[in-house]
Design a protein around this ligand. Structure first.
Ligand code: BT5
Length: 260
């Protein structure tokens, strides 16, 4: 674990408690259990390796040791933030995208939860909630970033979309700890703006396939094909289908890809 390096850098940020782990099944599982107990706002679980990293719908997320960022941030939202929690995934995706822009890369957000570089997935985000009755008590934001080449899953690792790493795109191996610091700083700085129109505009402008035709797979193997018009205020995706009808696709079990 690169704990010493991380401790030094992360001490600059107003985070809650931090758990550093050499290896874990999934940082989201650890953070969900911690959040259900007594974790403070902005507590962090970070692991060098995940042996059962998860994507959505129980898909697998590949995190071999020494190569990737895999962490989960616990958000104890305030009453003011609760109405905007559906924007959480955009918050994380923009923070990752901004950290890549700081390195002269050109990221795009493949709605809802992937960050792409030149059409290849470099980062995935998994937002999960801890409920208390009918209310969301807190949110866990899991982020995986392929930093070094070795983080890119082999072709046969149920890979449905091309993948890349920062090392592949930059041409040199960047420091994991510095990228983590930038992502977390971006999240902390952007947090008060999450409800603003400007935030939504920035998220919108970062969307991959904007104005292009895509196919979105919903639950039960139903899919819709349409032109991406942009985001609804709650972060849903607005599409125009072949009959000129506008529809909004909510988060959930969707898979998006260009239709041709
Ligand atoms: C995601 O799901 O992209 C969300 C991934 C979230 C991972 C973080 S790591 C920290 C935290 N702890 C966890 O256990 N999870 C979070 P989804 O959109 O369902 O994409 C999953 C798909 O991406 C898989 O089915 C593979 O096709 C592909 N994939 C797996 N590992 C990958 C990797 N390292 N890079 C690029 N693609 C990958």
């Amino acid at each position: 674990m690169y704990q010493n390096e991380l401790e030094k850098l992360l001490s600059k940020l107003p985070l809650g408690d931090i758990k550093y782990l050499d290896s874990i099944g999934s940082t989201n599982d650890e953070a969900l259990a911690w959040a259900a107990n007594d974790a403070e706002d902005l507590s962090l679980v970070i692991a060098d390796e995940q042996t059962a990293g998860r994507g959505r719908l129980d898909r697998k997320w590949f995190t071999p040791p020494g190569t990737a960022l895999a962490f989960s941030l616990i958000l104890r939202s305030t009453a003011d933030e609760k109405p905007h929690l559906s924007r959480t995934v955009g918050w994380a995706a923009l923070a990752v995208a901004d950290s890549l822009r700081m390195r002269q890369l050109t990221p795009q957000i493949k709605w809802p939860n992937d960050v792409l570089l030149l059409g290849r997935k470099v980062s995935g985000i998994l937002v999960e909630s801890v409920w208390s009755g009918n209310e969301i008590d807190c949110v866990v934001i899991g982020i995986g970033v392929n930093v070094l080449k070795g983080a890119v899953p082999p072709i046969d690792h149920e890979r449905q979309f091309p993948a890349t790493s920062l090392e592949d795109e930059l041409g040199y191996p960047p420091e994991r700890a510095e990228i983590l610091l930038d992502i977390l700083s971006n999240m902390i700085n952007m947090r008060p703006q999450m409800s603003s129109d400007e935030f939504l505009n920035r998220w919108n402008e970062s969307l991959a396939f904007l104005g292009q035709e895509v196919q979105v797979e919903l639950e039960n193997e139903i899919s819709v094909t349409g032109l991406i018009l942009g985001l609804e205020p709650d972060g849903s995706l607005r599409l125009r289908d072949g009959h000129d009808k506008t529809l909004a696709v909510r988060f959930g079990d969707v898979r998006l890809r260009p239709s041709k």
